[in-house]
Ligand binder design. Structure first.
Ligand code: COA
Length: 159
């Protein structure tokens, strides 16, 4: 297996992986509205390949809450035939290791039962709103440098 920056992976391979992991109706998800028209952050977006096959990917995007910068993590996608074999954990660790102290706090929409192990929680996100439907328990923040963030505000793409 090898790791590649996601910018080096074909859009067709990435779309096929995301359709497999999340379904072809994935574009209607609120997370897609959040990062509309944004480019992924190259140093935090990776793919894992095996013999040329894209098995897993993680993408991160610049977003904001009010005037504060955040990094939206996700989608994190693992091919259905390789789920629960450690690839999701590996991607998350790769991304966290690549994040620098200058990078903004991380936000994501995901299952706290899974992402809690990487330091994400919904404890400080209850005053935030999103441009589409969401479950408050699944709006997760990892603010390891304790950056001051607005208590209330709408999340959306960075300008
Ligand atoms: C969610 C996902 C990224 C996890 O990656 P993965 O490579 O399959 O999982 P890992 O091998 O890293 O971790 C496996 C562990 O996480 C748990 N786990 C996996 N997905 C989980 C979820 N959605 N909620 C809670 N726990 C989960 C497994 O039960 C397993 O637990 P264990 O360590 O106690 O045995 C991957 O399964 C995926 O792409 N799923 C499809 C998309 C999806 O359903 N996303 C929902 C979350 S946003």
């Amino acid at each position: 297996m090898h790791i590649s920056p996601l910018s080096g992976i074909s859009a067709d391979a990435l779309n096929a992986l995301l359709d497999d992991a999340f379904g072809t109706d994935r574009h209607a998800r609120t997370a897609y509205m959040l990062r509309k028209d944004m480019a992924a952050i190259d140093h935090l977006s990776f793919g894992i390949l095996d013999d040329g096959e894209l098995l897993a990917s993680i993408q991160c995007w610049p977003v904001r809450v009010g005037k504060a910068d955040l990094i939206l993590v996700g989608p994190v996608a693992v091919a259905s035939h390789r789920q629960n074999t450690g690839l999701g954990k590996r991607l998350m660790q790769l991304m966290l290791n690549a994040a620098t102290p200058q990078d903004a706090p991380l936000v994501m929409i995901g299952d706290p039962e899974y992402y809690g192990r990487f330091g994400f929680s919904s404890n400080d996100t209850s005053g935030w709103t999103l441009p589409g439907p969401w479950e408050p328990r699944r709006l997760l923040l990892r603010n390891s440098h304790m950056v001051t963030l607005p208590k209330h505000g709408m999340l959306g793409p960075a300008d």
